[in-house]
Design a protein. Structure first.
Length: 349
């Protein structure tokens, strides 16, 4: 049990280099676990806790919706009324630096060098919302730098299959939203936002995160890439619990490895439900801990203290389903591997 908890904490908080050094300490436990995981994931993953499904490449995805000219879905995070562009509307990576105006609040949102700044506190000069530790951690420049340089790769210890396989798996779940717009919520340094934009499967991609440094890192990765489809993506800084989008305007929301970092998973899923169109789809991955380990006596208080720091790495699959249902989403379905879960739910029509 102690090993399971250590693995959980390490996979969320430490980059590979650090956990590798711990590995010497836990070698006897980790080595067989890793071997077992990598071979078992190659052949099968657990679906909805019961059945097994193959992870062979999925059939080619058919884009059913016609790719349409992107509509402006941006809304004021204070009042949720539509935002209008001051000057030309630029729905691309180059929109950073543009400004938007809310006719209702009479508030102007000025863009930063790398992203649009659409938090409620945007424009305030003396106040900066400080968030729980799990959110603040990712605002640090060092963590943003390390994220795709070892930190994210480390999630394989918790059963994550790795970004390429995750992308293949989620394409199937995202099918109802293909051809429409997608929000990559809590995108980090944008590893999936960039894949979404390059795949051409969506009419428009919004890479959204609370961390200005993660967004800056995402911007830099984009600038380093030749022929990146910059017209297909915007970077937005916003809080997941106050999304700057019109209600019922979004075809798909993806949240990779993020729910456990959100200050309030239920407030966030409620916001996701608000912005989704009817039949819009929510797909997410996270760490869970259920089954026999969840009865370990010390887990309750540990879980409570972690939650106070804004970290929810010990959620159960049934809690995820419950949150979705409570926020008006239906058709919950999940696939699992170790502590990894990918689940989806949709807005009813
Ligand atoms: C572990 S990273 C996941 C990054 C990426 N989606 C992935 O799949 O690797 C979690 C992200 O959640 C973001 N986050 C934490 N709290 C947030 C909040 N309140 N609103 C928006 N994003 C938040 C962090 O800034 C961080 O980039």
């Amino acid at each position: 049990m102690a090993t399971a908890i250590m693995t959980a904490l390490a996979s969320v908080f430490l980059p590979t280099q650090f956990t590798n050094s711990r590995r010497c300490f836990f070698n006897a436990y980790y080595t067989p676990l890793i071997k077992q995981r990598s071979s078992s994931f190659a052949s099968k993953i657990r679906a909805s806790s019961t059945a097994f499904v193959e992870t062979k490449p999925l059939d080619p995805v058919v884009v059913e919706k016609e790719v349409s000219i992107s509509k402006n879905i941006l809304a004021c995070p204070v009042c949720y009324e539509p935002l209008s562009w001051i000057g030309d509307r630029v729905l691309s990576v180059d929109c950073a630096g543009s400004s938007l105006h809310c006719g209702c609040c009479k508030k102007t949102y000025s863009g930063k060098e790398t992203h649009l700044e659409l938090t409620v506190a945007s424009g305030s000069s003396k106040f900066d919302d400080s968030m729980p530790l799990a959110t603040e951690l990712f605002r640090l420049p060092l963590i943003s730098f390390l994220y795709e340089r070892g930190w994210r790769q480390n999630f394989i210890w918790g059963g994550f299959p790795g970004p390429e396989k995750e992308f293949e798996l989620m394409k199937d779940y995202l099918q109802p939203g293909l051809g429409g717009n997608i929000i990559d919520a809590s995108c980090g340094s944008g590893l999936f936002s960039r894949l979404f934009a390059k795949s051409g499967l969506f009419s428009h991609v919004v890479a959204l995160d609370y961390s200005e440094n993660m967004l800056r890192q995402c911007y830099e990765f984009i600038m380093q890439e030749e022929n990146f489809p910059r017209e297909n993506l915007i970077l937005v800084r916003a809080d997941i619990s106050r999304l700057p989008f019109l209600s019922g305007s979004v075809d798909a929301v993806h949240a990779g490895a993020a729910i456990h970092c959100w200050p309030s998973p239920s407030a966030a899923v409620a916001e996701i439900s608000r912005v989704l169109k009817p039949e819009g789809v929510f797909v997410a991955t996270t760490f869970i801990l259920d089954g026999p380990f969840s009865f370990f006596p010390l887990l309750g208080p540990l879980r409570q203290n972690m939650a106070l720091a804004g970290n929810h790495i010990f959620l159960h699959e049934r809690e995820l389903e419950d949150i979705c249902r409570a926020c008006g989403l239906v058709g919950f379905t999940a696939i699992r591997n170790g502590r990894f879960v990918m689940f989806s739910a949709r807005k009813p029509s």
